[in-house]
Design a binder for this molecule. Structure first.
Ligand SMILES: [Mg+2]
Length: 368
């Protein structure tokens, strides 16, 4: 089997309203696709190529992939990831990730099985949390509580909210509001998106412990491994981090510093499926859990494949207006609060071009 053509597509659409976390405001959402065509008529869909830099990197990498066997993911990953030539981290590794995800889509389609089965098939129902609780204009405590109540009505047994964007006193009030709204049996997760210094994170952690917080995500800067450790030693709330970490080497360092109990690995960032499975194995060797960051359509397969997959992050229409529309198949929360991978060969991502077309950023451009 040979790769014959690689193309990228990008779509970008406005959110209902700008949403903010502890550090950033997002006005738009989007979708980046890499299509990998083969001489046997099977096409792989890779995710995560949005942005001009990623697209340029994919065009740069394409000539070395044309004519190669897409099944040879380990060899092709190492052919692409050459630090001296493209750098060790950042957008170039994200571009490799998108290609690698597309290669695994081909692999699983060739095998005739869903990706999670091919990777290990540990389970087909994965515990899930609905992520949200952003800061928005006009969103007060009542609106925050209403959002969380809808999440629970959708079947969620766990929810996540943002902190770090307002004063500690106000955030403590927000966490209390959410705990009161969802009751004692729903897991409440908080995410600061790196907004704090470690001493601030310790202060708020001590004040929200009483609300039985399931995890405290990205309390401090992604490179502040020591800050993570100091916080972890000061609070009973488990620390989760890793969505800004790259490759097995980044996770090796995070683990070596005892920075987190839960690793938010992201296959679209850290190096694709090939590298994600290595990170999962590294975590297994340290009895640490993986709770992937975002991108539920690929991560449902990865968290279902491994024995240390803790919980899936799930976004719904409150955060992304194209939820339920961008693909022909949409993941739903089961009655028991879990999510199941689609039972079709590959990743099961089939873009709904009718819905996406108005938001196309670049016309499809052949890269080889
Ligand atoms: Mg996060």
């Amino acid at each position: 089997m040979k790769i014959t053509r690689i193309t990228t597509e990008a779509f970008r659409w406005p959110r209902h309203k700008p949403i903010s976390n502890g550090l950033h405001t997002y006005t738009h959402s989007g979708l980046g696709l890499v299509k990998i065509e083969t001489d046997e008529g099977i096409t792989g869909i890779g995710l995560g190529s949005e942005g001009a830099i990623a697209e340029a990197t994919i065009r740069h990498l394409t000539p070395m992939l044309i004519g190669e066997d897409p099944i040879d993911v380990e060899r092709l990953w190492h052919k692409m990831w050459v630090p001296k030539l493209i750098g060790r981290r950042g957008m170039t590794t994200r571009a490799i990730s998108a290609i690698d995800i597309g290669l695994w889509d081909i692999r699983a389609k060739v095998a005739g099985m869903p990706l999670y089965k091919m990777l290990g098939g540990y389970r087909d129902r994965v515990p899930t949390y609905i992520a949200g609780g952003y800061y928005e204009e006009g969103k007060g405590l009542r609106e925050l509580a209403d959002e969380m109540i809808v999440n629970v009505e959708m079947g969620a047994r766990a929810i996540k909210m943002k902190i770090g964007g307002v004063s500690i006193r106000e955030d403590v009030e927000r966490v209390k509001t959410v705990r009161d709204a969802v009751g004692p049996d729903v897991k409440v997760l908080v995410d600061a998106n790196c907004a704090y210094r470690h001493w601030e994170a310790i202060r708020i952690a001590k004040r929200i412990e009483e609300f039985d917080v399931y995890w405290f995500e990205e309390p401090v800067g992604a490179d502040d491994y020591e800050g993570h450790r100091k916080l972890a030693e000061a609070t009973s709330i488990p620390i989760a981090t890793g969505e800004n970490e790259y490759t097995r080497y980044g996770f090796r360092d995070l683990i070596a510093h005892n920075s987190a109990a839960i690793l938010n690995a992201d296959a679209k960032i850290l190096g694709g499926v090939t590298e994600f499975m290595k990170v999962a194995a590294l975590a297994q060797a340290h009895d640490l859990d993986i709770a992937p960051h975002g991108s539920q359509d690929i991560h449902i397969h990865l968290v279902a494949a491994i024995s240390n997959g803790l919980i899936l992050e799930f976004y719904r229409d409150s955060v992304d207006p194209m939820w339920g529309k961008m693909y022909h198949h949409t993941l739903r929360v089961n009655d028991d609060g879990t999510v199941s991978p689609p039972a079709v060969p590959g990743i099961g991502v089939d873009p709904n071009y009718e819905a996406l077309e108005p938001f196309r950023v670049h016309r499809e451009v052949a890269t080889a």
